[in-house]
Design a protein around this ligand. Sequence first.
Ligand code: SAM
Length: 462
Amino acid sequence: MRLTWPGRQWREGDPAPTSILPAKALTTVEIAGDPGAAHRLVHGDGLDAIGALEAEGLAGLVDLVYVDPPYASDRDYVAEARLDGPADGRARRTLAYEDRWSLERGGVGAYLDMLAPRLDALTRLLSPRGTIWVHLDWRAAYLVRALLDEILGRDAFLNEIVWRRAPNLGRQAASAQFGRTLDTIVVYGREQATLRPPTRLEPIEPGAIRWDDEGRPFTSAPRGDYSDASIAKLDAEGRIHRTKSGRVYIKYFLAKNAEGVLCRERRVDALWTDIAPLRHAAPSERTGYPTQKPRALLERIVACATEPGSWVVDAFAGSGTTGVAAHALGRRAILVDRSPVAIATARARLLRDDAPVRVEHTAGTRAPEAKGVKVQLEDDRVRLIQPAEPLAWAVGTEERGVFRAAWHAERVPGMKPVPAVLEARVPCGPNFCVRVFCDDGSVGSWGRARAGAPELAGGAST
Ligand SMILES: C[S@@+](CC[C@H](N)C(=O)[O-])C[C@H]1O[C@@H](n2cnc3c(N)ncnc32)[C@H](O)[C@@H]1O
């Protein structure tokens, strides 16, 4: 199976320029928390970052790749940092990333020439039990299946998961087609890949509830395609219900959900209607990064596809949802994004969750510089004067270009966002340095600069 498109470059004997260059190593710029356990946050293009990770020896070691790339939507996406709460008040808006593929820019063919080599490279990181999950919508899902068939082979296909990401309301419901309320996640796996779908509790109609002799509630269903041997096994487990006329039904014992309603436990299938859209998530989860996915979605994916300690890679990481899900479940994440707004957002989010983080960048990538950082020092007290409402800031030491955070603070989003604390009590020894992270992705520094360290020259003490 091979998809062709006008001007196709991928695997056409004319490799994209980045793929013929030897991979350059990633440069570490910050370590916050235990470096041995840190999640990696890489600022730069995915192809360069994956090449560097491969050169480091990560090929074949990653159990899960999840990516939520641009969908060829022909739009710009703006991040919105709400300083006073989600509904109204002051907001800082910054272009987070562009998803433009007009005909002048090469159309959908150019989109595929961007995506295909990145998916190709990501699959080389997969371990023998590894899976790759690509999150898309109606615009590109059908094309990406063909790409993955070509990269991994048709037999590597595992699932096409349909996630109901929005209710059928408003413009969608009023339009002249069925509401496009779904996202598609295509899943392919290496030869030993096995997913462990979770179960969920589904409420049972009261009329379908029965009680056995021991007072246990159950519901029953016809035997369906169960073999006689399976029925005998279920009978031995007390799971067979026989009607007076002798018909055989399978018993499903019931459990109460959090609201005390009797439910049947069912294995989750490929239709995911039980994970609410982000707008229904707690305001503290909503970072303001456009196209952010719900953490519950990523937790399900990470839990069913990996083991504690597994490496999880997301090369279109956005606000870092994959990273916080991986951290919560005891996995190690490598997040890559070329948008400085994404890196600043994901960094703040991971640190709010107490996740140790190593921030790196690919060759030639650097966050824009935030100028005018002002700091007040008094004994072991550090006060940030300017900017007065940062997304995040940190105090630590800087040596050979690597900032080690000893203390950090981040704004906490929510109905009433909590601004980052502006005062730290930390010793201000040699190489003392302050880093400030702004909503537009820029990073400012202030420090007891060593001569020739230009990034430390941005601020002034009072
Ligand atoms: C749909 S968003 C991801 C949102 C993310 N899943 C979340 O929950 O926040 C896509 C991301 O891909 C990034 N991106 C686009 N092209 C890229 C590239 N070539 N390399 C790395 N990141 C890229 C964009 O900056 C954007 O943050």
